[in-house]
Design a protein around this ligand. Sequence first.
Ligand code: BGC
Length: 737
Amino acid sequence: MKKLFLYGLFTLSVLQANGQQGAAPKFGLTYLDDSQPMEERIEDALSRMTLEEKIAMIHAQSNFTTPGVPRLGIPEIMMTDGPHGVNKELEWNSWNSAGWTNDAATAFPAMTCLAATWNPEISLRYGQAIGEEARYRKKDVLLGPALNIYRTPANGRNFEYMGEDPYLVSKMVPAYVKGVQQNGVAACIKHYALNNQETWRGHIDVEVSDRALYEIYLPGFKAGILEGNAWAIMGSYNKYRGQWCTHNKRLNNEILKGEWQFNGVVISDWGSTHNTDEAALNGLDIEMGTWTDGLTTSEKFAFNRYYMADPYLRKIQDGTLPLSTLDDKVRRILRLNLRTNMDRNKPYGSFTTPEHYDVAREVAEEGIVLLKNDKNFFPIPVGRYHKIVVIGENATRRLSTGGGSSNVKVSKEITPLEGLIEKYGADKIFYTMGYGSGPTSYGFATESPYNADSLKREALALAKDADVVLYIGGLNKNFNQDCESGDRLSYGLPFGQDELIEDLLKVNKNMGIIIISGNGVAMPWLNKVPALMQSWYLGSETGTATANVISGKANPSGRLPFSIPKRWEDNGAMSFGTMSYPGDSIRQVYMEDILVGYRWHDTRKIPALFPFGYGLSYTTFAYGKASADRAAYGENDVIMVSVPLSNKGTVSGAEVVQIYASQHKPSLPRPVKELKGFQKVFLEPGESRIVEIDIPVKDLAYFDDAAHAWVVEKDKFTLHCAASSTDIKSSVSIQIK
Ligand code: BGC
């Protein structure tokens, strides 16, 4: 009996120590009592805090943490970079690795790859897995997902984003956010807003119409907040309407906290805060990364010098700034605490589990896009060839590192070459680099230490009598090659790859190309190569996924989340020249307006090399005729489009059925068509299904900037059922009454 009793006590105290349910509120304090409503707990905590404690909470105490309230037992907030894996532990206030040995994480595929899956269900699993890793590592805020619109193929950070279409982004983001937050970890969607290039990101002032802002650049954020219920958002470095986005009155107060009623926290980007008054009044809640030693310049640990530290305190004390806005920030931060580290029911998380690697591999397999496949070049079954020659530095380069803040210290990363050797056997695979870049750098380009001629000679010699050549190149997350803080400088492949590919084709035409990048690249050799895959920075399971797709174990089902123009100038934003992209260093104007990506290519009749939504499979799908459930709809109705789909091939596979809408006689000019629905459909060989896709009529609206309202006009609309933005299978007309 006594033993049992002791055991009971022991369990209770273990539960309490672990922060699990059952812990009694200390001294009956409301803010610690999780049986009380959250808002009452917040008010209780707030009422106990001194002015200095409130000020301390709203700015950093280290590179990635804020202090909490030690006296009241309110925990510090621990943040970590994402969005592709939980970052390594850094020194308290520097970007240097802390040198821990327990922090090597699972690297998940880059956001571009996730977007290319067109599969919100797998986005949820991605979020759950990375959220579990963050929770295990005791992080309260994961700095991701990142979702700025792919405006040009130059943006160094496109690989961290989810493509050019606001609808696709809006379907993928909420799932990721929910998955992360199930772990008691806040997702921090970033970078709000209009941070569509890295060139001059710290100060460029973006001029954009309200229409483009609402139709193109905001929907992903809005969906992350209203549908994903994201608990945090990061303000971006750039300016909008002359004011830094991080403390931009319109973006934060009017739109985010006004129109969308966001009740979470706005966190600055690292060093994006510039002014105490604006930060105080324009909706910034937490200031991070303002330059103190360990970041860029100025004094060591000078956190009290932050704009939202002593200067703010003084202005409250002398009455220049109100207490009410400070209290609003603190309430939001307390809400963040209660949702994360003060939630006694949150799970413990888990780290580098087999399940996490499975998620990473599945996302990778589902995201790879097969762009060209003459004469069924792919798949290459095991045993078909004796000599498979692999050429290209990206076959061996570990690409989870590099690229800036999203880099991951990986517990394991299987390279494409390792994956291929594992798949086909070491006696079948022959490798040579072919070209070489420099060491991974950030903020400056490095020189290649290799002799390009001898690398090429070796590659040509090896390729000559190969049964098949697999070229694995692309960009590599080095500075100017898909990397934070610098855009790409040209559209062609770097390090002499275009010439190398042409020369290789002269000695062996049986060559498949695998481009690893987060951006479209020029492909002057396209007509000469039989097969091409667009791959991405795939993380831990790069090699396994790549080999599975190449060998046919996995059937590619990725679809491009952005258009690949033939030439840079064919991209809408870039076609208008310097003032549109990248601007004159002070200002830039989004001259293509709402015609971003395929909206531009379609409307201006400038065909892309590969259109948005495009991707092949190892099987073929047959579409029947699309139909709508009615002929006419009211504005609150939901249109159901049905289309019969069958898998006509001999392997199972997935098709992404896409619905694009065109309005007949809009009062304002509209793009030729816009994505309004999609569904990824998995079918066994010979299987048929009626695919049903719902489109709420309100989603057919355009944003009327004069009226500042979303408008659905009483008009005829055509709904195109398509396999890409240019491959329309059948169309159906409906009337909005
Ligand atoms: C990046 C953010 C990142 C932060 C912290 C900034 O430079 O823009 O995306 O989360 O640093 O590393």
